[in-house]
Design a protein around this ligand. Structure first.
Ligand code: FAD
Ligand code: EPU
Length: 339
């Protein structure tokens, strides 16, 4: 069992590289260790935070409680049918390593989700998504340790209430469960999804003649690397805001006032707006305020140029929310978890 450390510096464990301290910190490598830690009277009534790769979190102050870094490891094929492979991955597995493992075995479904930072255990929290695929499309079940009941539970697709960057784990079950593993339902026969964004152009540029999940993964990696900052080099947490959904009347009004507005229709008759377009149009793209700013290639990404505090980044995000509200009458919602 790893020891519990006091006054632990969180800077290396969050992709924004924000310099705050956790009152207590411990890594767990097994479910038994997790059980032991969560049963310890010292921590029972304390605030707890489960940490994966720290790539969707903004600390705005020291964490006055116990931070548990999930380091449960292992990937195994647990079942197979004529059409599908069922793969169980422990929560501490790095997401992109799982993607690479599936591609190397020719198991299809996660290739469009290549290079998303973070760990498997966090993937259901906001139902990670990119390039036309969401986690829910490959999700079969998960196991989670109930903090109050002190036992493992299994949840299936219908229990998770997945939506766009949303799940039951951000609402009713917030702070109740520690996800310990996720089981994925992958395809033996790939269904290629290349219509989203610049995938087709990138495949052409790569001179791919025979489509494969490996080629799609590489195209996604290339596109992402060209516009998203690498957190190892420049602190960030990906999209800071969600793309907002508006109704058709509001869309017609905006389209009249702003004919180039970036939006696409949804099945329910509403429209999804590109928040990056709204933020850029307000003049924020590439702007720096103090030690933080708005990324020059992607206005949806806020960055820490070094030494920014979480409060500074949060204040910048508030200014952006206010100016988008003022110019377009649209309320941006933060995607990043604020602590
Ligand atoms: P963390 O930041 O450690 O945690 C996020 C939340 O999940 C916290 O509330 C935490 O308490 C909770 N949590 C973590 N693990 C567990 C667990 N085992 N049990 C219970 N709760 C848990 N996201 C996308 O959806 N699509 C993208 O394309 C995308 N691109 C990104 C690009 C960059 C450059 C960056 C920095 C981020 C991007 N993200 C994207 C956001 C991020 O990668 C995902 O949200 C990812 O799933 C976060 O994983 P993590 O392990 O770092 O989670
Ligand atoms: N746009 C601009 N200016 C910008 C950025 C974007 O005008 O600075 C407009 C352009 O019209 C562009 C459109 O927005 O065509 C969409 O941009 P992009 O393809 O970069 O995607 P996004 O909507 O900004 C979303 C996700 C990303 C995900 C990509 C690819 C959200 C909040 N973000 O970004 O997820 O990787 O699509 O699927 O849904 C994340 O969640 O952290 C994340 C990075």
């Amino acid at each position: 069992m790893n020891t519990v450390q006091n006054n632990f510096n969180l800077l290396p464990l969050n992709s924004f590289h924000i310099d705050y301290i956790a009152r207590w910190f411990c890594c767990v490598e097994t479910v038994d260790e997790l059980h032991w830690l969560l049963s310890d009277k010292q921590f029972e009534n304390q605030q707890q935070l489960i940490l994966g790769g720290g790539s969707n979190i903004l600390f705005t102050k020291d964490f006055d409680g116990l931070v548990i870094k999930n380091e449960l490891q292992g990937i195994e094929k647990i079942n197979e049918t004529d059409a599908h492979i069922f793969v169980k991955a422990a929560a501490g597995v790095v997401w992109h390593q799982l993607v690479q493992y599936c591609i190397s075995n020719n198991w299809a479904g996660v290739e469009n989700l290549s290079l998303i930072p973070g760990c498997v255990g966090a993937s259901p929290i906001q139902n990670i998504g990119a390039y036309g695929v969401e986690l829910k499309d490959v999700f079969y079940s998960l196991e989670a340790f109930s903090i109050h009941e002190k036992k493992l539970l299994t949840l299936h697709l219908n229990d998770c209430e997945f939506g766009y960057r949303d799940s039951v784990f951000k609402r009713q079950l917030k702070n109740q469960l520690v996800i310990t593993s996720v089981t994925f339902k992958l395809n033996k026969q790939p269904v290629f999804k290349t219509s989203y964004g610049a995938i087709e152009q990138e495949l052409e540029k790569m001179k791919v003649h025979e489509l494969s999940i490996k080629a799609i993964s590489q195209a996604v990696v290339n596109i992402r690397s060209s516009k998203l900052p690498n957190p190892a080099v420049l602190g960030n947490a990906g999209s800071f805001f969600k793309n907002p959904e508006i109704d058709a009347d509001k869309f017609e009004q905006l389209k009249t006032d702003f004919p180039t507005i970036a939006a696409y229709p949804l099945a329910n008759g509403n429209y999804k707006l590109a928040a990056g377009w709204l933020i850029e149009e307000c003049g924020w793209k590439g702007k720096t305020i103090g030690n933080c700013g708005v990324h020059q290639h992607q206005a949806l990404v806020l960055v820490n140029y070094g030494g920014a505090t979480g409060a500074e980044i949060f204040d910048l995000s508030t200014k952006i929310v206010e100016s988008v509200q003022h110019q377009f009458g649209v309320r941006l919602e933060r995607e990043v978890n604020i602590l």
